[in-house]
Design a protein around this ligand. Structure first.
Ligand code: 2IP
Ligand code: CA
Length: 382
């Protein structure tokens, strides 16, 4: 069943390519740039173009996975609904059609007759999947219970950085605080019986700008934590890499002051900011930092499922911060605080918050870092 993992990696590459094409093809880029949020929305159709790009990636993954694994068809979820309303008031369900021409035709209706844009998008969506060349994947023997699995997709995380489109080429400790580097494609598979992650694929479409060709190079990262299998795309040395001191943490720029002061108190730790929930979790699995702490419920299941699987594959994880704080300062019940993906955190949620990680989170690659953070936060009575 390594072919399921290969399929997800190939799909992440196709999604990353679509994200790059939308920025590089003028016929599309002009729609994207016009598509700010709020009143600046393009009058040609009601929802913004970025959402269309997200939905296309979501529908492409849904289509390609369902074709090969029909048992997954009803269990592929994403951030966006695929219903669009164009200015003629027609409500159109966006999806991959059986031929490129039919997909282009459908997109033409959503894009209000902009056939140039529709044709470019349809061409990318119907491209053959690239063969994954990764001997670590080839060596994997995965007996997966596909009929019990479901998928969370965040087609392009860090919407704001994606639309802004700058490159933050001055990384601090390897971490980009902003820029296209913070955009990620997130595909997370979880077991519907346990609610826990099984496979995670993150693709960083704008990982590296090749200065000579001025073209962006992407980067796929994957992880598997299924039964007794723990594997990921990192080099063997990476998994055995030890922690450095002091404690290093990445935060959202909107994080609360008391979290920052607790981390930095007494010089015991340092923190830096970065955009993108998916990207911050990726900085943790890259071991650029020890952890990503978030005190607010501003991320969703689709932001965390993929990095959670990758972190679990290296002995780490993602826990609900509020629950973990009840674990006492030895973090004894860390595992029971793990974020789950099969049901909402509670049944009374605000509109649009059904799948929020309402209790905040700590993403970590080593348990002792997570326990050190809990101790810090508890001594500061947070
Ligand atoms: C966002 C995105 C933002 C993040 C927010 C996520 O997802 O990852 O960057 O805020 O929590 O929900 P922050 O950058 O402060 O961490 P999306 O871009 O898909 O809406
Ligand atoms: Ca997101």
């Amino acid at each position: 069943m390594a072919e399921f993992l290969k399929l997800l990696i190939s799909l992440s590459e196709k999604a990353a390519n679509l994200a790059r094409v939308i920025r590089s093809e003028h016929a599309l880029f002009e729609l994207l740039v016009e598509e700010k949020t709020g009143d600046a929305k393009n009058k040609r159709f009601v929802q913004d173009f970025k959402t269309l790009a997200d939905v296309l990636i979501q529908e492409m993954i849904k289509h390609d996975v369902s074709e090969k694994f029909p048992e997954m068809k009803e269990h592929i979820y994403g951030e966006e609904s695929n219903l669009f309303t164009n200015t003629l008031g027609e409500s159109i369900a966006v999806g991959v059609q059986s031929t490129q021409e039919e997909t282009a035709q459908l997109l033409g209706k959503v894009l209000d007759g902009n056939t140039a844009a529709a044709n470019i998008l349809a061409k990318v969506i119907h491209q053959e999947l690239d063969e994954v060349k990764d001997e670590k994947v080839d060596k994997l023997v995965l007996e997966l219970d596909m009929e019990n699995f479901a998928i969370w997709i965040d087609p392009i995380d860090s919407t704001s950085e994606y639309i802004k489109g700058i490159s933050d080429n001055v990384a601090e400790n390897g971490v980009h605080s902003c820029g296209l580097e913070c955009s990620t494609v997130l595909i997370g598979v979880y077991d519907r019986n346990t609610g826990l992650p099984v496979i995670g694929v993150i693709n960083q479409p704008f990982a590296q700008l090749d200065k000579t060709t001025a073209k962006w190079q992407g980067r796929p990262i994957w992880g598997v934590c299924w039964k007794d299998i723990r594997a990921n795309s990192y080099s063997d040395g990476h998994d055995s890499q030890e922690r450095k001191s002091p404690l290093a943490v990445v935060l959202s720029s909107s994080e609360q002051e008391n979290i920052k002061s607790a981390v930095a108190a007494g010089g015991k730790g340092r923190y830096q900011y970065a955009s993108g929930a998916g990207y911050k979790a990726l900085c943790v699995s890259d071991k650029l930092v020890d952890a990503y702490i978030l005190s607010k419920g501003t991320t969703f299941k689709w932001d965390c499922c993929a990095p959670h699987a990758i972190l679990t594959s290296m002995g780490g994880g993602i826990v609900d911060l509020k629950k973990a704080m009840q674990c006492g300062d030895d973090g004894a019940c860390l595992n029971s605080a793990a974020i789950h993906y099969d049901k909402p955190d509670s049944n009374d949620y605000e509109p649009g918050q059904k799948w929020a990680n309402s209790g905040g989170m700590i993403a970590y690659w080593s348990e002792d870092a997570a326990k050190e953070i809990l101790k810090l936060l508890q001594t500061h009575k947070l």
